[in-house]
Design a protein around this ligand. Structure first.
Ligand code: ZN
Ligand code: ZN
Length: 678
């Protein structure tokens, strides 16, 4: 007696010659096979049962042995199943052995080829089919697949040939074919051709409109896309999402918000696009706010939304928010390996000054690390000036057989730069070229020049620039200039400054560095000349701004004024008090840092109103004793503020963390983790 249906089935196949051996997990054939017709009726249903390539191969072997390879329906089925399960190579090897393949075989192979990594083969195959089979019927089914193959392989010429055939066979009236054609031209960047097809087709549906909009957005024609968007009879989610994306990418956040607000139904893509749009446009606060709103509406964020919000928090630099998102990810059991979430958390902790947390997360993802995770950890350590630790991670990476890329080396060079590791930096720069055959980009040159220059190897740094195959940009010359400012080398500094100013005439920092250089050696007339040049050219200094987190709220200070008038008097009184106390400890304001054309006695005042000083005293007033003060500054911290904050950390016995444009400064007990190297 048989226990169940399955066993009965097995028994039936055993009797007929072929059966599925459950224990071995494969098809087996008994030696006493039946007649050919019987074999066909047994084999066809078995083919349908195959779920994997391995199973198909076993049955394929049986088909060959039992001479069924000449039986057209069986072979057709075998080929179509092979293609369906991703075994295109197997399908082709069967195909090449049959003398007269039928249209169905061609169709299924062409469809699969257009989806494969070599989609252009679909077209060659199509041509082969047309020449070997006459009087073909219903070829139009293949047209969308062919158009897709053309756009995937960026084959415009072939695409136009398919277009010709569409016109010849009058298939432009088929909305499916017409939309595929619009999409192909739009994906190939030929938006004019897309528009022409669009204008010609008698019936336009949502897909036609949307394909045209995305086409215009792809080539950056935001106004034209907007025109089409306004014309659409009915806007759906796809067109709205595309428009939001287009607007934010061209810096038009307000227009994106307008579309976002008017949408009745929003999906997770809508929210994510808007959130990442805010991040893209340097509006991290709004990104974080919208993320919270998304959660409050019960929408589960996808990986891109989480990555965006983590990057917003990293920009803001305040770890509490980051910890909150990290907890959300943990509680909702979202995998750290999905869509770069692991890297984003590592990056967020590193940029928020919690490098140990970054390292802990990096350890947790040790089984599924990708190159991005390694790179994030290395650049995180670099920001903290932990050069040796970054090099250790690199060694670990090499041991695990992970091939470093350009970003890895940029991180390593930055790490050596911030850690003042000159020999190691030189070694990394050579290693990337000699061993890994990576061609340094301008950023790599910028780093090595900066490293050599700061360490006082000015001649060597200039030689690197002379020998580099690329044209040095303003950043590279600024690195030399800044090194000359540190080391008081006017000769090299002046010529570097002229080159930098020539390349980036609107960049205020070039003028400021040059003016600092003159100030350092007491050439006040030249300082005045540089200032005049700035004024005449209308170069605006980027205003320094600093934020400090107090009681869970971000307070922002702009150089010379408080953002919030409420605190104005309180902050100024406290600054006076702190300055008096520091002066007793030997603090001398560094007036060379003041560039404004004002009287000596007012210079001090303007120095004390640097945004980081205001943020610091605001932190001193409002944080309880013993808790660290976190400050984020948009520019590089100036020398005077650096020594001021160092002294505060000693006199007021508190821990201060400052993140400036380049790196972290952990100040405690009168000294800084950057060892005055920043
Ligand atoms: Zn300052
Ligand atoms: Zn420092």
């Amino acid at each position: 007696m048989f226990k169940n249906r399955r066993e009965m089935e097995i028994e039936k196949y055993k009797r007929t010659g072929i059966w599925f051996d459950c224990r071995a997990g494969r098809f087996t054939m008994t030696t006493t096979a039946g007649s050919p017709s019987m074999l066909v009726t047994q084999t066809l249903p078995l083919l349908d049962k195959c779920k994997t390539i391995t199973e198909l191969r076993q049955l394929h072997a049986h088909i060959i042995k039992s001479n069924l390879i000449h039986h057209t329906p069986t072979v057709t089925k075998l080929i179509s199943l092979y293609s369906h399960h991703g075994g295109l190579t197997h399908a082709l090897s069967v195909f090449h052995r049959i003398p007269d393949p039928n249209p169905f075989i061609f169709f299924s192979l062409i469809k699969q080829m257009s989806e494969s990594s070599t989609p252009l083969e679909a077209l060659l195959f199509y041509a082969q089919m047309l020449s070997s089979l006459k009087n073909l019927d219903r070829v139009e089914f293949l047209l969308p697949a062919l158009l897709k193959a053309c756009s995937k392989s960026r084959a415009l010429e072939e695409g136009r040939q398919v277009h010709g055939q569409i016109v010849k066979s009058q298939m432009l009236f088929d909305p499916y074919v017409a939309n595929a054609l619009i999409r192909m031209y739009s994906e190939l960047g030929c938006i004019g051709l897309s528009q022409r097809v669009f204008d010609k087709i008698p019936e336009r549906d949502q897909v036609s409109w949307n394909s045209l909009i995305t086409g215009y957005l792809r080539v950056g024609e935001i106004e034209l896309a907007q025109g089409i968007f306004n014309e659409i009879p009915e806007r759906d989610m796809v067109s709205c999402n595309a428009m939001i994306d287009g607007y934010v990418k061209s810096g038009k956040c307000e227009l994106a918000e307008e579309v976002f607000m008017t949408m009745q139904h929003k999906d997770v893509v809508t929210w994510t696009t808007m959130i990442s749009g805010y991040v893209f446009n340097d509006r991290p606060k709004e990104a974080l706010g919208l993320f919270r709103e998304m959660l409050s509406q019960g929408i589960r964020p996808d990986a891109p939304a989480l990555v965006s919000v983590l990057s917003a928090i990293a920009d803001l630099g305040f770890v509490e928010e980051g910890k909150w998102v990290h907890t959300y990810i943990r509680l909702n059991k979202i995998s750290l390996s999905s869509g770069f979430i692991g890297s984003a958390i590592v990056d967020m902790y590193a940029k928020c000054g919690h490098i140990e947390n970054a390292y802990n997360v990096f350890e947790i993802i040790c089984h599924c690390r990708n190159i991005g995770d390694w790179n994030c950890m290395i650049s995180g350590l670099a920001m903290h000036g932990l050069g040796h630790e970054a090099l250790d991670i690199f060694l670990d990476m090499k041991m695990k057989g992970i091939e470093p890329d350009e970003i890895t080396f940029l991180g390593l060079l930055t790490a050596c730069n911030h850690g003042g590791l000159v020999d190691e930096g030189r070694y990394c720069f050579e290693l990337m070229q000699d061993k890994y055959r990576l061609v340094p980009k301008i950023q790599h040159y910028g780093c090595i020049v900066d490293l050599l220059g700061r360490a006082g190897h000015l001649e060597e740094a200039v030689n690197v620039i002379r020998n580099m195959p690329l044209e040095a940009d303003a950043i590279v010359w600024k690195a030399i200039l800044s090194a000359c400012t540190i080391h008081g080398n006017v000769a090299i500094g002046e010529s570097a400054a002229l080159k930098a100013i020539d390349l980036a005439p609107e960049d205020s920092s070039c003028y400021i560095l040059l003016s600092n250089l003159y100030a350092k050696v007491g050439r006040w007339d030249d300082v005045a000349k540089v200032r005049l040049m700035m004024k005449q050219r209308g170069v605006q200094k980027i205003p320094g701004s600093s934020s400090v987190l107090v009681n869970g709220e971000v307070h922002e200070f702009l150089v010379g004024k408080e953002m919030n008038v409420k605190y104005s008097i309180e902050v100024r009184t406290k600054i006076d008090e702190v300055v008096t106390r520091l002066k007793l400890e030997g603090y001398k304001p560094d007036l060379s840092q003041v560039l404004l054309d004002i009287e000596e006695e007012n210079k001090e005042d303007s120095l004390f109103l640097h945004s980081e000083k205001m943020a610091l005293v605001f932190g001193l007033i409002n944080t309880s004793k013993g808790s660290p003060i976190h400050i984020v500054k948009n520019l590089r911290i100036c020398c005077d503020c650096h020594s001021f904050i160092k002294l505060v950390s000693k006199v007021y016995n508190c821990q201060i963390v400052v993140r400036d444009q380049n790196r972290f400064h952990q100040l405690e007990n009168g000294s800084c983790s950057c060892k005055d190297f920043w």
